[in-house]
Design a protein around this ligand. Structure first.
Ligand SMILES: [Ca+2]
Ligand SMILES: [Ca+2]
Length: 95
């Protein structure tokens, strides 16, 4: 019985790991819309979100994509990074 529970727990942990990997592997930094490109539409979407988070919520994937400085929050700092990138992608690449 203990072995079965252990195997089940191991299986659940593995499935959770796969889910996290799948969610983060397909995220393109700055691509909120999920269309594969970083454009002014992404900037507009982030701007709307920051003006009113309740009225313009973002998906978990979009929140991952837009946290460009890697801190805990999605805020005006990320908007500034995205804006700079769109003005000059070579000078301000998104990693
Ligand atoms: Ca996009
Ligand atoms: Ca951030």
């Amino acid at each position: 019985m203990k072995k079965r529970l252990f195997c089940l727990a191991l299986l659940c942990a593995f499935a959770a790991l796969l889910a996290v990997h799948a969610a983060t592997a397909s995220v393109i930094p700055g691509d909120l819309t999920g269309d594969g490109n970083v454009t002014r539409k992404d900037l507009a979407m982030l701007s709307k979100y920051l003006r009113n988070k309740e009225a313009n919520p973002l998906s978990e994937k979009a929140l991952l994509a837009v946290n460009l400085n890697g801190d805990k929050d999605v805020n005006r700092k990320d908007l500034a990074i995205l804006s700079k990138h769109l003005r000059n992608p070579e000078l301000y690449p998104l990693s």
